[in-house]
Design a protein. Structure first.
Length: 144
């Protein structure tokens, strides 16, 4: 097939849909000089022609740029725990407000929750919700 145009009955290489591999095929049908249908010489399956693509090469970095390895993403929960560990020694727990859904909170208020323990109000999310940083992470709680 080198040097001449393919014609029906010639052997060509194609990706077989049954064998899931590139194998030799016999050309069955052509349209306007392009191979359309082939028959696998291994499994005898007839299917559309699937041209074998060259393997992709890894993209080279642009000239003058050095490829740097990706840095792993910081776990948000670990970052919250680290923030808690740095803030905990400065908290005055004797000034903690007992948590209740009917209480109004302000940013930087210290809250004593019956389940989560001592926490620090980080921000007011909506008129009736607040984000509080506890030892095990930020919790969104309802308030007045």
């Amino acid at each position: 097939m080198t040097g001449s145009k393919p014609s029906p009955g010639d052997i060509t290489e194609s990706r077989c849909t049954r064998c899931k591999a590139p194998t030799n095929h016999t050309i069955v049908a052509m349209v306007e000089g392009h191979i359309v249908r082939v028959q696998c010489n291994t499994c005898n399956g007839v299917h559309n022609y699937h041209k074998i693509l060259a393997p992709r090469k890894a993209a080279a970095p642009a000239a003058g740029k050095v490829a740097t390895p990706r840095t792993p993403k910081v776990d948000p929960l670990a970052a919250e725990r680290q923030e808690w560990a740095s803030l905990r020694p400065t908290m005055r727990t004797e000034r903690a407000i007992a948590y209740a859904m009917t209480t109004r909170f302000k940013v930087n208020d210290i809250v004593d929750h019956p389940s989560f323990g001592i926490g620090l109000v980080k921000r007011l999310v909506a008129p009736n919700k607040v984000e509080i940083l506890f030892a095990d992470g930020i919790k969104l709680l309802r308030c007045q």
